[in-house]
Design a binder for this molecule. Structure first.
Ligand code: ADP
Ligand code: MG
Length: 435
């Protein structure tokens, strides 16, 4: 079969059942017919035009074969659908409940969260006291894009949250996944396996569907602590941020590692996490006051045929001429309760608390602005949102995973977390894939 160029029409009688061979070009696609769809929702025939959309590689674990190309009315060409409506929402808010831990069980704390997985709803049973000191239970019900119960594995979390956006980063999309919640609610537990699983899928796509593009994957890991940036892969070296005038965020001195296998990525994640929790005194205490940001960027060398460039790339250093095709960021946010440290006796703690409070508020406002298709995104509100600026501009996907503890003792924090999550998604149009 011949290769099609952008703008070519594809007539229905050129179609015959077979395997769709997607040829990618730049970050857009050219369809090589005949075809049967492997890609989710897009109609595998029609008008080959400049458009990017998500595809699922045949080698991709959850790649669903849509089936044979449906019958096409004669003399009619179809535009490629960008996405199956609602298949990949721009903003997705997911709540994950962890099990009661031993300490909570020992303290006889109760599980006050009930989850209805099929309706994506969750109820908090809050025990309150009347004036005469008799107890009563107030119920608070919330509905999200997905609610994950305590028995849901990290693998299922991946499939529900990150997997649906992974393919999109090959098409200029910036995807961002946040873990929000109070300290001890399971943010790090939830977040840690995600970049590794994502990089497995990214590398698979790079080596199959996109192999002709000679794409490269880059890894970086840093944290924001008290409004300052520190490289987690370079002994917490202090970094500063600069804008390059093209709305690109540049973190000066940040180590970016070119990665081509999952083992290296695993090692880098472990190294960064170790640096995060031991970099300061009182390990857990301190890491709950920082936002950890892990980024996987797909880059394409400006001239992939330049042997000089290939040599440079082979020794692991980043090429200046490489351009970012897309990226995915994983953000393990500071403990949400830390934002309330603003009345603490210790001045440093107060300053940090104020910064965390500011960044979590700014984050919420940015996500809401994105969802609202607002032209003005208030990313200047905090260091966190400034750093993520390029993820808020252009085609973006945001996944917010709100982590909650089930225990009665955490009721107030849990309600705060759920209200925050609710605010983030309150503007979301009817793009709930489950509906
Ligand atoms: P955070 O990062 O929000 O402070 P962690 O991820 O460190 O919280 O989780 C606190 C503790 O609870 C850890 O010991 C972790 O292993 C455990 N934990 C968290 N979520 C789960 C879960 N879904 N299933 C089992 N254990 C969990
Ligand atoms: Mg943590």
């Amino acid at each position: 079969s011949s290769q099609r160029k952008i703008g070519d029409d594809v007539s229905p009688n050129e179609l015959s059942p077979g395997i769709l061979d997607l040829q990618s070009f730049d970050t857009e696609l050219l369809l090589d017919m005949p075809a049967t769809g492997f890609y989710d929702g897009a109609v595998p025939y029609g008008h080959s035009r400049r458009q990017s959309f998500d595809i699922l590689d045949p080698n991709f674990p959850s790649g669903k074969q849509i089936g044979k190309a449906p019958a096409v009315p004669e003399n009619k060409s179809f535009a490629l659908e960008k996405e199956k409506p609602g298949s990949v929402a721009k903003i997705k808010v997911v709540v994950r409940k962890r099990p009661l831990n031993k300490k909570e069980v020992a303290k006889k704390e109760e599980d006050i969260i009930t989850i209805e997985q099929h309706t994506n709803s969750l109820t908090v049973h809050e025990t309150k006291l009347k004036v005469d000191l008799t107890e009563y239970v107030e119920k608070h019900e919330f509905v999200f894009d997905a609610v994950l119960d305590e028995d849901v594995s990290n693998d299922e979390v991946y499939r529900e949250t990150v997997e649906p956006v992974v393919a999109s980063i090959f098409h200029r999309t910036k995807a961002t996944c946040f873990a929000y919640g109070q300290t001890g609610s399971g943010k790090t537990y939830t977040m840690q396996p995600l970049p590794l699983r994502a990089s497995q899928d990214i590398l698979r796509l790079m080596n199959h569907t996109y192999r002709t593009q000679r794409l490269q994957l880059f890894f970086s890991f840093f944290e924001i602590y008290g409004g300052k940036l520190f490289d987690l892969l370079n002994d917490r070296r202090k970094l500063c941020m600069r804008e390059d005038g093209k709305q690109q965020v540049c973190i000066v001195g940040l180590q970016e590692y070119r990665v081509s296998n999952v083992e290296t990525i695993r090692e880098l994640i472990e190294k960064g996490n170790a640096t995060r929790s031991t970099g300061t005194t009182g390990a857990n205490e301190e890491s709950s006051r920082s936002h950890a940001i892990l980024q996987l960027a797909i880059k394409k060398p400006a001239d992939g045929n330049d042997p000089k460039h290939l040599r440079r790339a082979a020794d692991g250093s980043e090429s200046k001429s490489a351009k970012v095709v897309g990226k995915i960021s994983f953000i393990d946010l500071a403990g949400s309760e830390r934002g309330a440290d603003t009345t603490d006796n210790d001045k440093q703690t107060r300053i940090e608390g104020a910064e965390i409070n500011k960044s979590l508020l700014a984050l919420k406002e940015c996500i809401r602005a994105l969802d609202n298709d607002q032209v003005h995104i208030p990313f200047r509100g905090s260091k966190l949102t400034e750093v993520l600026r390029d993820s808020f501009i252009g085609d973006s996907r945001t996944v917010m995973i709100s982590c909650i503890s089930p225990s009665s003792g955490s009721c107030e924090h849990t309600l705060n977390t759920l209200r925050y999550a609710d605010r983030v998604k309150s503007l979301t149009k009817s793009n709930n894939p489950k509906k």
